[in-house]
Design a protein around this ligand. Structure first.
Ligand code: V47
Ligand code: SF4
Length: 361
């Protein structure tokens, strides 16, 4: 299939095949790919580009999995291993400016699989955050953590999720997906749950009324075929449940990790991956250009290649910065607005569910 034929499909709203997505990856015509992706982004979200006031918290870096691509995790007793108490977490969310206390719309919580913390620690954490900040949406725990908590507690996946929801879990982030195909996954993270289980956790979350996000870690040892296979599995589950809010391609950062790669993602690869995701994932409403991983400048350019969301203020980021990210750890609202405006888009401050809070027209 030529690019011309793919273009015809895009303009007549026909679903792209895996082969089409591979053809796009193999093409050097980044401008045509970008024009097509922009057409779809515009159909889905007009000229809007989203951002959110949010705050990331990583309760612990102690993790029994020790994935080979992860520079953030430690084993218990290692130098640099840390554990936050619930009081520490509440303190981190507190800002000096009392007005700001009501501004954060989302707290994003992910961490390591701690060998000793019981489900109760997580339930108490959720309740304490909701008590201190009733207006905040809690987006927490990857599918990997949910699986771990279910096994630890002996509860089914559905019952674990329902319990967490009853204590304040509103939404789940998309982490832990990496690359689903086992030939790659077994080399990246042999201890982590399989791709099939990640999808099962997400399907269960959707079935109990918890929306989730979805990610893909790219730019390590995978091929284009692995990326497209990964996105196909997400598209199939989305057809079934409609529970994914946004897809976030995550560019691999190799520093301090055990993955040696000579071809980690270039700027062109980042932009192409955003654009191809926009074209292939026709049943996803949003594609996020996560500025922490892409850097502010590539994330801004991605807004012209199919992305419609930059994520948010973040405040404190440990996972990518442990692996050599050179972006800031947090960013101000004004910088986000400026990045979006200079890309010719309309900045829209959103809540965690993509409801519009303020349009900066
Ligand atoms: O699951 C770990 C990735 C993820 C590295 O849902 C790495 O809104 C690059 O999922 N280089 C966690 N990536 C982050 C994540 C996320 C971030 C922002 C928003 C949302 C959302 C989700 O980070 C992990 C893993 O895939 N990761 N190590 C690394 N060296
Ligand atoms: Fe643990 Fe997540 Fe890091 Fe894997 S990526 S070692 S599961 S914190």
């Amino acid at each position: 299939m030529s690019l011309k034929e793919i273009e015809k499909k895009v303009f007549s709203s026909k679903r792209l095949t895996q082969k089409d997505a591979i053809t796009l990856y193999q093409s050097d015509d980044i401008f045509t790919i970008g024009r097509l992706a922009s057409h779809i982004a515009h159909k889905k979200n007009g000229n809007n580009a989203y951002f959110i006031y949010n705050h990331h918290i990583n309760p612990t870096n102690i993790c029994v999995n020790r994935c080979k691509f992860c520079a953030f995790s430690r084993s218990k007793g290692d130098t640099g291993a840390y554990e936050l108490t619930i009081e520490d977490i509440i303190k981190k969310l507190k800002t000096k400016n009392s007005e700001l206390k009501t501004i954060y719309k989302e707290v994003h919580i992910v961490g390591g699989l701690h060998p000793d913390w019981p489900l109760e620690y997580y339930l108490n954490m959720l309740s304490a955050i909701k008590k201190a900040y009733p207006a905040i949406t809690i987006k927490a725990f990857t599918a990997v953590e949910i699986d771990y908590l279910s096994r630890l507690s002996g509860l089914s996946l559905a019952d674990t999720l329902i319990k967490l929801k009853e204590h304040g879990l509103d939404l789940m982030p998309g982490g832990g997906a990496e690359i689903f195909a086992w030939d790659i996954r077994s080399k990246l993270c042999p201890e982590k749950i399989k791709g099939e289980r990640w999808l099962e956790v997400m399907e269960t979350a959707h079935s109990v009324g918890i929306k989730t996000n979805a990610t893909m870690l790219y730019g390590h040892i995978e091929t284009y075929e692995h990326r497209v296979d990964h996105m196909l599995k997400l598209r199939e589950l989305q057809d079934k449940t409609g529970g994914f809010q946004v897809f976030i391609p995550l560019a691999f950062h190799p520093k301090n990790t055990k993955i040696k790669t000579s071809h980690h993602a270039s700027g062109i690869d980042d932009i192409k991956t955003i654009a191809i995701a926009r074209l292939f994932l026709d049943n996803f409403s949003h594609i996020k250009a996560y500025w922490i991983m892409l850097g502010e400048k590539v994330a801004q350019l991605a807004l012209l290649f199919g992305a419609d969301d930059l994520d948010g203020t973040v405040i404190e980021e440990k996972i990518t910065h442990s692996a050599g990210a050179t972006s800031e750890e947090g960013i101000t609202k004004d910088t986000l607005i400026n990045l979006i405006r200079k890309a010719g888009k309309t900045p829209v401050q959103r809540d965690a569910f993509y409801n519009h809070l303020k349009v900066y027209s």
